[in-house]
Design a protein around this ligand. Structure first.
Ligand code: 5AD
Ligand code: SF4
Length: 486
């Protein structure tokens, strides 16, 4: 039993789980209250606040989930800290998109064990996409028995209940649902930034690209009600947030299955009407569902950033077919062209996988060719990683590591060269940036993000953080700029 002394004092408070309200979010509010009482007893004994620390691996979705989890922990009474060594509660939000993401977590668990040996009352919780894989949970339960709480991507909102169960002696607490049983709204959130925020619009993915594990660990696509989304955005605006990013695995398919239909284009336009929100971004659109209406909505709304991340994955129609991407090279190129025509100052970025099974030298050349034609401002490049359970993992013609090793730098070099040329074109222009941070490399400088997602470093003080400033781009550094305020 954790917090033994406190527990004895609290006996009169103990309740059986069946006594808790059944309805959400009432049920969780109830457990937050219970945990808060237990935590405050503990605080009195230690003479200090209890502290929590969270590590997030992976994408923006995970980052958003961590904010919700920290929001719950804060309600319970935990104070967020940066260092794991100082924490009474350690949360690890995992990613499983590629194999090396998994290895990172196993690598770190040994260290967490040493922290637990020093402080037996430390609570360690593992969550996120990796926990949706049965073999991972089995391994953790067998080899890492010191892990207190294991939960999946659909169980985030139940953190308070799981902590309560742990404090009452259950070990480990295991809660991994196989699918989303309900969307629970109004979860508290502790935002990392005061001026920008992510907003979920869909959960899950229905696309089943053959390399990708996301549909298996994040489940089927569900759209949030537009009113829920808009009221969250209005609240964020009231809180001083200026930039939002609409989040979904395939934002362009937003609205499917809603009782009252609403398309992504319509949602975007509604978001633009929220006063106080000055910049809107979205991540990630799927090329197969990118409608001309969305292009028109972006073109006529200045608030929507001139940046579109348009994952290509491969420039070969045959590889795209084997990836189940449901567009051809020609369709992708035509879409990129329509976007550039409709939104002339747009910056396009992309994701590309090298070494998908069956990728020939010719297929790879096709990818280089698309890179040269579309002229991306930036691109994320990945070596294909075999994910157990996905169709591509059992394709026979896996590409050898030697071939991937030869292709990967060729792609990088092409992307770097073109991005540098694109950046160079904008030198001399004055652009509006949202100042995000002080520059970690240059004293007396701050870092701002342009609408097209590129960064500018310019002389300034911390007091500028969170403000929009007009900056002249003085020098291109390839994928960022040096500038000066005007
Ligand atoms: N191997 C390599 N890259 C992958 N991605 C997704 N699954 C895999 C995989 N199995 C990449 C895709 C996607 C990005 C988020 O991660 O490019 O767009
Ligand atoms: Fe994965 Fe494809 Fe869904 Fe993106 S669209 S999350 S790559 S399955």
């Amino acid at each position: 039993m954790l917090f033994q002394n406190e527990f004895e004092n609290l006996l009169e408070y103990t309740i059986s789980l069946e006594d808790a309200p059944q309805k959400e979010p009432l049920r969780q509010a109830f457990f937050v209250g219970r945990c808060r009482e237990m935590v405050s007893f503990r605080e009195k004994i230690l003479g200090r606040k209890l502290r929590c620390q969270a590590t997030t691996l992976g994408c923006q979705m995970n980052a958003k989930d961590t904010e919700k989890l920290l929001g719950i922990l804060k309600e319970i009474g935990y104070e967020p800290v940066e260092e794991q060594e100082e924490a009474d509660f350690i949360l690890y939000n995992t990613c499983t998109i590629r194999e090396n993401a998994n290895n990172k977590v196993y690598g770190h668990l040994g260290y967490l064990q040493s922290l637990k040996q020093k402080n037996p009352e430390l609570i360690i919780a593992l969550c996120g996409c990796m926990m949706q894989e049965k073999h991972v949970v089995d391994t953790v339960r067998e080899k890492y028995r010191f892990v207190d709480i294991i939960f999946g991507t659909y169980n985030i909102y139940q953190l308070a209940e799981m902590i309560y169960r742990r404090l009452m002696g259950e070990m480990p607490v295991l809660e991994v649902w196989e699918k989303m049983n309900c969307i629970v709204e109004q979860i508290p959130s502790l935002r990392k930034s005061d001026f920008k925020a992510g907003v979920n619009i869909t959960y899950g993915c229905n696309n089943f690209c053959t390399y990708c594990i996301v549909p298996y660990v994040r489940g089927r696509e569900i759209s949030r009600e537009p009113e829920e989304i808009l009221s969250e955005i209005r609240k964020l605006a009231d809180d001083g947030v200026k930039e939002i990013m609409l989040l979904g695995q395939n934002v362009n398919s937003y609205g499917r299955g809603l009782e009252k239909p609403c398309t992504f284009a319509e949602l975007l336009e509604e978001c633009c009407k929220v006063d106080g929100i000055e910049r809107i971004r979205f991540m990630t659109p799927h090329p197969k569902d990118f409608s001309d209406e969305v292009i028109r909505v972006i073109a006529r709304n200045e608030k929507i950033c001139r940046h579109i991340h348009l994952p290509l994955q491969s420039g070969s129609t045959e590889i795209l077919r084997r990836m189940n991407r449901r567009y051809t090279t020609e369709q992708y190129l035509a879409l990129a062209e329509r976007i550039r025509e409709g939104i002339p100052d747009v910056a396009l970025t992309t994701d590309i996988i090298v070494g998908f099974p069956g990728e020939t030298e010719e297929d790879f050349e096709d990818t280089l060719d698309v890179v040269r034609r579309v002229r991306y401002h930036a691109a994320f490049t990945f070596v294909y990683s075999k994910r157990t359970g996905t169709p591509a993992a059992s394709y026979e013609d896996q590409v050898s590591p030697e071939v991937v090793k030869e292709r990967f730098p060729r792609l990088l070099e092409e992307i770097r060269r073109i991005a540098a040329e694109e950046c160079e074109k904008e030198v001399g222009q004055v652009t509006e940036v949202l100042v995000e941070d002080i520059d970690s490399h240059e004293e007396g400088f701050v870092t701002g993000r342009m609408g097209n997602n590129l960064m500018v470093h310019f002389p300034g003080e911390a007091s500028l953080i969170g403000q929009f400033k007009k900056v002249r781009l003085l020098e291109s550094k390839g994928f960022y700029y040096l500038g000066e305020e005007v």
